[in-house]
Design a protein around this ligand. Structure first.
Ligand SMILES: Cc1cc2nc3c(=O)[nH]c(=O)nc-3n(C[C@H](O)[C@H](O)[C@H](O)COP(=O)(O)OP(=O)(O)OC[C@H]3O[C@@H](n4cnc5c(N)ncnc54)[C@H](O)[C@@H]3O)c2cc1C
Length: 483
């Protein structure tokens, strides 16, 4: 059914003088809100939800939230907003940590209703294939659909309940990235609505400038409404290894060796504190894919030459999806303990491999368990620069950059601690930047426009040009603070 579907009020309009929305009965009359297949909410829980995110640090209340019934709704509302200079932000699962998907007094477009997963298409000499999905599809559902056909996206984030549009707008890094790059490097085509409200398909050969400005483009040029993803063959089972290390140098050297040799299909690492609070418990997490992707895992071959502590090695054979979804039980426990609702002033950095020992050593020396918080985690693992091909995913100029993530938690009402941790994030970022490192912009590093310009470096001028072309009125995603 088409028609004006405005929940929470009869009609809604935009006041160009106060730059805010007004509702008939409480303010000004409506002019020209388009007919919609979905719903435009102007009050209540949809707005409360859109004024929060996984960080629970920033709260900016939109004037309206669109739950689109179709891509046409996104086109219509973006055009409506564009004509009136109303800011717009798409929101997937709201797992950003610093208000990136929030927009004070503007429109939030929820992508969750755009979650269709198309037919899985086998094809390609290597036995892979492709699938076209809505931007609001979660990676867990994409994985399930592909695995039913013996296929899989090549790269996953650690947590699967993130939207496809949400991770493609940042990059999407995980343990498979040392072999396949980021999720953005595995996209064949995008279906987008530009900031000017034009729906376009783009790919490496069609509207290439838009394609490159959208992948890892932090929503600045277009809203992703659909994506065609490359698939590869999926293993049926995997062997999962946890390899403990006593010292940072050996841990990093073995990670680098494994990244270079690509012995494992998945490679990450974690660092925990010992009883004294020192972050010196290093564990490589590595996974070998079984048939039909690889041979049956052979411990002797896979672990040859590694210098982990022999005691404490853990191995487990798992169905492939159980491995991908391995965080689900921990997330359930964090929710149960109330820690999922804690503030998450996260720090995500990309370190140049040539300086990783010094940088990680310095950052870990300065870290206390209180700085990480209950249920918090420290990750450190290598990538390979040659596979990171998306220009806007800014990685250090180094053959083996490392992702270092300090995934902090703090009670949300303890704003003094949150502020201290945000300042610590900034300080860590500056330490890393001084050696050619970057931030991976999913966390909470205080960042200004000059920082962004420096962050994008040689990619800045094309990015700014794409912004002028595709979002000439600059309405999209102000929460990133880039333009
Ligand atoms: C528990 C947890 C684990 C994580 N693990 C990883 C990991 O292993 N690897 C990794 O790389 N990242 C990881 N992340 C970070 C995550 O990838 C990003 O925060 C991602 O953007 C979240 O997706 P979302 O759907 O929640 O996006 P949202 O938080 O809703 O949006 C994030 C940003 O993307 C924009 N955006 C959202 N949808 C679209 C769209 N359709 N088109 C254009 N722009 C859009 C928003 O406006 C906003 O600026 C993790 C986050 C959490 C909370």
């Amino acid at each position: 059914m088409r028609g004006l579907a405005v929940a929470g009020a009869a009609v809604v309009g935009f006041d160009p003088f106060t730059r805010s929305w007004a509702v008939t009965g409480s303010g000004r009359p409506l002019h020209g809100v388009p007919d919609l297949d979905g719903t435009l909410h102007t009050e209540g829980s949809p707005l409360d939800g859109a004024a929060d995110d996984f960080g629970h640090i920033v709260h900016r209340r939109p004037a309206a939230v669109l739950r689109p019934g179709s891509v046409d709704d996104v086109v219509a509302m973006v055009r409506f907003c564009n004509e009136r200079g109303i800011r717009v932000a798409p929101r997937g699962e709201g797992h950003a940590t610093n208000g990136q998907a929030q927009v004070e007094g503007g429109l939030v477009v929820e992508t969750t209703p755009l979650a269709a997963i198309g037919a899985v298409r086998p094809g390609g000499a290597s036995g892979g294939g492709s699938v076209t999905v809505g931007a609001g599809a979660r990676w867990s559902d994409v994985a399930r659909a592909a695995i039913a056909h013996g296929l899989t996206p090549p790269v996953f984030t650690d947590y699967l309940e993130l939207s496809v549009g949400g991770t493609l707008s940042v990059g999407g890094l995980g343990g498979q990235s040392h072999q396949h790059g980021a999720q953005v490097d595995t996209v064949l085509e995008l279906d987008v609505v530009t900031g000017a409200g034009e729906r376009l398909r783009c790919s490496p050969t069609r509207h290439r400038d838009l394609f490159l400005a959208t992948l890892a483009g932090l929503g600045q040029c277009a809203i992703i409404v659909g994506a065609t993803l490359r698939l590869v063959r999926a293993p049926e089972t995997v062997r999962h290894y946890l390899l403990p290390y006593d010292d940072l140098r050996t841990f990093l050297e073995d990670q680098r060796l494994l990244a270079r040799e690509q012995r494992f299909s998945y490679l990450e690492g974690q660092i925990a504190a010992d009883a004294s609070g020192a972050f010196n418990q290093y564990v490589i997490e590595a996974v070998a894919y079984g048939p039909p992707v690889g041979d049956a895992p052979d411990d002797a071959r896979l672990l040859r030459g590694l210098r982990h502590a022999p005691a404490g090695v853990q191995t487990a054979d798992l169905p492939y999806f159980a491995f991908l979804d391995r965080l689900a039980p921990a997330v359930a426990a964090l929710k149960e303990a109330g820690l999922w609702a804690y503030a998450h002033p996260w720090l995500n950095l990309l370190l140049p491999g040539r300086a990783v020992l010094d940088l990680a050593g310095t950052l870990l020396d300065g870290l206390t368990p209180e700085d990480v918080g209950p249920g918090g985690v420290v990750l450190l693992y290598p990538l390979r620069r040659e596979h990171l091909r998306t220009p806007l995913l800014r990685a250090p100029d180094d053959a083996v950059p490392y992702l270092m993530a300090v995934l902090r938690t703090a009670p949300p009402e303890d704003t003094a601690t949150v502020d201290r941790l945000l300042a610590a994030n900034r300080s860590a970022y500056e330490t890393v930047r001084a050696t050619g490192g970057t931030q991976y912009p999913v966390g909470s590093v205080p960042f200004g426009r000059a920082d962004w310009r420096r962050h994008f470096g040689p990619a800045w001028s094309r990015f700014a040009e794409a912004r002028r072309t595709f979002d000439p009125r600059g309405v999209l995603v102000p929460g990133q603070g880039i333009f």
